[in-house]
Design a protein around this ligand. Structure first.
Ligand code: 2AM
Ligand code: CA
Ligand code: CA
Ligand code: CA
Length: 264
């Protein structure tokens, strides 16, 4: 795979921040964990990684806007390009030493995501995608799974956290889906769930109440792997409605049929 200059910038930044996360993973007890909201943890690891990403990305592309989970929105002179960054997706996993977390970087141009990188430094899996150029895991081209029977599918979801989301609706969703799929999974890092869909490891994934930085890179990854991404309504923009359903065209359609009646 010949990597573009843009992806090179994103990959280098992700790898440097990834080394920082790996170092911090070795000393979780020193990370000054605090709560931003109910069950919403942040630590020095999240903050250090975000500062590195901001430094590297804004040095390589001066003037681009930057939206990061921990630093908020930083305006740039260039109003057409914006980085959307989650420096550590899966903080709860990270703080428990569970190696399912990632750095997620997306670049938006005039409202459209044109490139995405998702990097899990714990197992060195690097997912990259660029608009019209396909999605890759390391240097292997990705394609969503082709299953067309829901009862053969493995599907992942996200669940509401303490004090957030509609727990009753979530229970209804789980009851509906559990009865119809071969397996249901809950990994706890939205960006990697979407990367797994792109890689064909998961047939589908849905979650409500996400933020743009959880799924902007995942969205282009799934689409460039031939999959479909929307909100729960099936034809809405996940980055706007902040809910997501993805999978191959068939699985996406089936999940929309089941979940949409429970609320968009
Ligand atoms: P985070 O680790 O970057 O916060 C898992 O369900 C997804 O939800 C993850 O992508 C996670 O991202 C996010 N998440 C975890 N706890 C959360 C909370 N309390 N509020 C909002 N989002 C949360
Ligand atoms: Ca968080
Ligand atoms: Ca996140
Ligand atoms: Ca995060």
């Amino acid at each position: 795979m010949l990597q573009s200059a843009l992806l090179n910038v994103m990959v280098k930044a992700a790898r440097r921040a990834g080394r920082s996360l790996n170092r911090d993973l070795g000393e979780i007890e020193n990370l000054q964990v605090s709560l931003k909201g109910p069950a919403n943890f942040v630590s020095l690891a999240d903050k250090r990684a975000e500062e590195m990403l901001y430094t590297d990305l804004s040095k390589a592309r001066p003037g681009y806007g930057f939206i990061g989970e921990e630093g908020g929105q930083r305006e740039g002179a260039d109003k057409t390009h914006t980085w959307i960054v989650d420096p550590l997706d899966g903080t709860t996993n990270f703080l428990h030493g569970i190696p399912q977390f990632a750095i997620s970087i997306a670049l938006q141009r005039e409202g459209t995501v044109i490139a995405g990188v998702i990097y899990n430094p714990a197992n060195d899996e690097l997912y990259t995608a660029e608009r019209g150029k396909g999605a890759f895991l390391n240097d292997q081209r990705l394609r969503v799974a082709g299953r067309r029977k829901l009862n053969e599918c493995v599907v992942a979801c996200g669940l509401p956290h303490i004090g957030r989301g509609d727990h009753e609706q979530s229970r209804q969703e789980l009851t509906e889906i559990q009865n119809r799929v071969a397996g249901l999974r809950r990994f706890g890092a939205a960006s990697l769930d979407m990367a797994f869909v792109a890689a064909g490891r998961l047939d589908g994934y849905w979650e409500r109440n996400l933020q743009p930085w959880d799924m902007a890179a995942g969205q282009i990854m799934v689409r460039e792997a031939g999959g479909v991404v929307s909100g729960i309504a099936g034809n809405d923009d996940a980055l706007i409605t902040r809910n997501v359903i993805c999978g191959n065209e068939f699985v996406h359609g089936e999940l929309v049929k089941i979940l949409k009646p429970l609320g968009t």
